[in-house]
Design a protein around this ligand. Structure first.
Ligand SMILES: C[S@@+](CC[C@H](N)C(=O)[O-])C[C@H]1O[C@@H](n2cnc3c(N)ncnc32)[C@H](O)[C@@H]1O
Length: 207
């Protein structure tokens, strides 16, 4: 299976159940939420790339002027819309390398190592730059190498035993491929950016 097939089989819903998450992963997810809470202020417009079932936009709903979430897995978009769609939040099915949107936003996010599961990384960054043109207002959160033991355990609990590990990725028996990044690799891929360590197992990158 490839990542899109794994997502289509509903991996995200199980992964977001805290009961499946090792403590390091739970701490990372909480740190992301706190970071968004600090960064996103009232009246902002935000696009979330690879939004899944829309939990981050749903959390910010009351302070956003407009929030748009895009994901290529249509069932996640239907669920996001059911949970939080309407009013200021819109959820759209589409690919991150060719986002079906013309408007510009204050902030573009791609969270929870979503970028680390995407094959055309430069294509996604280019779309984020197009849709959020101001530097430092594009936010990625990705795993660092230190995340490997916690991710191995998390994926095992989800029935995706890791069968291959390299300096850049973990690959599971079920065909799920998830990357991790050194600061050097991030700078090579993203170019000019600010990198902060989060929860000891991840990086937050603004560019
Ligand atoms: C790790 S999940 C995170 C979902 C969501 N951001 C969250 O934190 O709950 C990654 C998401 O990215 C989506 N995705 C992966 N590759 C994509 C692509 N090329 N275009 C659009 N969505 C993609 C998947 O369907 C999945 O919902």
């Amino acid at each position: 299976m490839s990542n899109d097939e794994v997502y289509a089989a509903g991996l995200l819903n199980r992964a977001l159940d805290p009961a499946t998450q090792p403590p390091e992963i739970r701490a990372f997810l909480q740190a992301e939420i706190e970071l968004l809470d600090d960064m996103i202020v009232a009246g902002m417009t935000v696009i979330d790339v690879g939004c899944g079932t829309g939990r981050h936009l749903a959390m910010l709903r009351d302070r956003l002027r407009i929030g748009v979430g895009v994901d290529y897995e249509h069932t996640y978009i239907v669920e996001a819309h059911r949970r939080a769609g309407g009013g200021r939040l819109h959820f759209v099915t589409g690919d991150a390398t060719s986002l079906p949107i013309r408007a510009c936003f204050d902030v573009a996010t791609c969270l929870t190592n979503t970028w680390g599961t995407m094959s055309d990384k430069t294509g996604v960054l280019n779309e984020m730059r197009r849709l959020a043109p101001k530097p430092q207002m594009r936010l990625l959160s990705v795993y660092a190498e230190a995340s490997i033991p916690a991710r191995r355990e998390w994926y095992r609990r989800l029935g995706h035993v890791v069968v291959e590990e390299s300096a850049e990725y973990l690959m599971t028996e079920g065909g799920f491929r998830s990357e991790h990044f050194s600061e050097t690799r991030l700078r090579n891929l993203v170019g000019d950016c600010t990198i902060r360590s989060v929860a000891g197992i991840a990086h937050v990158v603004t560019f």
